[in-house]
Design a protein around this ligand. Structure first.
Ligand SMILES: [Zn+2]
Length: 371
């Protein structure tokens, strides 16, 4: 699976379609959502048909859409892939497929630059997590990235064998020697966590160890790692790959909730100060219509009817005359969904908040504004 990095996204974002527009296509191919490949193909056909009508006969874009269809039919293997991002421009001989172990929101954007907003969200929401498992004899280090665990334990087992050997010689010595050995073990474990971090930086670190040992480990960590501590896991050092994965995903969800809570706090402060923040769907779509939104926040599961202008696409909570062009608007079933789409099209940051009561109180939707 191709790794995505911030540098890779920045590089993508700097590309401009020279001879034709760039087709950006995100696909939710999660097998938990759509089990049968034929059903997925049908879904993609409908999506591409809509995109084709927007392509306005552009030969390059039409070729891009055909290639996407072929890719889904013949080349997409969904055993480990849940989301796909494709950036194509046949006229410039550009074709990039980024397969992701996490789902994305299905959509096609045709523009002079690649629409990288969703890729940025994926990176933001799935920062790498390190997991250090230890008892008094062993330590294993994992790095968890984009919903997947990368086993890093081999390196550490090597380092520990020496200590185990010395431990054997120490057997029968007084308690002090055992304590010294424990301390050495803790230092080695902390050092290996730091070495792994150097090779494969992670934003958060979780420790799985008996309480007394966990405290010693936390104290022994390099300050860079100590400030990344995200909590303790209760899995044994011998835990299976799947157990560690499940525990790390819990940590990831907690980290994500905390990150969103911090953004909701910023929104609340902005709204109460009356500066650079709006609360509620009606004000949110007004701000979107004025291209002032920096970060859009909505509570997961929130949906509400509203209005859309058929001429300029402006959204509104109240119909039926468009404030921009005075055209008569049409009702839309889910204004929240349309607002999220519009925000993504404007390259805004989008936060779908799960279980954030503070955002619910503010009307389940809001936005941090650029000005
Ligand atoms: Zn209008």
């Amino acid at each position: 699976m191709a790794a995505i990095t911030e540098a890779a996204i920045r590089e993508l974002a700097s590309i401009k379609g020279e001879r034709a527009p760039i087709t950006s296509c995100y696909l939710d191919v999660d097998g938990r959502r759509v089990a049968r490949h034929r059903d997925l193909e049908h879904e993609v056909d409908v999506l591409l048909k809509g995109a084709r009508s927007r392509a306005d006969g552009d030969a390059s874009v039409t070729a891009d859409l055909r290639r996407i269809e072929t890719y889904v039919r013949d080349d997409l293997n969904r055993s480990r892939v849940r989301g796909v991002a494709i950036f194509a421009c046949a006229a410039d001989d550009m074709w990039r497929v980024i397969e992701l172990p996490v789902p994305v929101r299905t959509r096609v954007v045709i523009n002079h630059t690649p629409a990288v907003g969703q890729l940025e969200s994926v990176l933001r929401e799935h920062e790498p997590i390190g997991v250090l498992l230890a008892d008094r004899q062993r330590a294993r280090m994992f790095v968890f990235e984009l919903g997947e665990l990368v086993d890093r334990s081999e390196l550490f087992e090597e380092a520990l064998r020496d200590i185990d050997g010395r431990g054997d010689r120490d057997r029968g010595d007084h308690a002090q020697a055992f304590e010294a050995r424990d301390q050495q073990h803790v230092r080695t474990a902390a050092h290996v966590a730091f070495t792994v971090w150097g090779q494969h930086p992670f934003a958060h670190l979780a420790i799985a160890a008996p309480d007394a040992l966990a405290g010693q480990l936390e104290a022994a960590l390099h300050p860079y790692l100590r400030e990344r501590l995200a909590g303790r896991l209760s899995v044994p050092v011998t835990a299976s790959h799947e157990q560690v994965l499940a525990a790390a995903q819990q940590i990831e969800a907690e980290v994500e909730r905390a990150r969103q809570a911090e953004i909701v706090d910023r929104l609340r402060a902005a709204v109460s100060a009356g500066r650079r923040g709006v609360a509620g769907l009606a004000d949110l779509v007004e701000a979107l219509g004025e291209h002032r939104v920096d970060t859009l926040l909505v509570s997961s599961g929130y949906s509400a009817p509203g209005w859309r202008c058929t001429r300029c696409d402006r959204l509104a909570a109240m119909g039926r005359r468009c404030r921009t062009c005075k055209q008569e608007m049409v009702e839309v079933e889910d204004l929240v969904e349309d607002a999220v789409e519009e925000a993504l099209a404007q390259q805004c940051q989008v936060e779908i908040c799960i279980g954030n009561a503070d955002l619910d109180v503010m009307g389940r939707a809001g936005a941090l504004l650029r000005y």
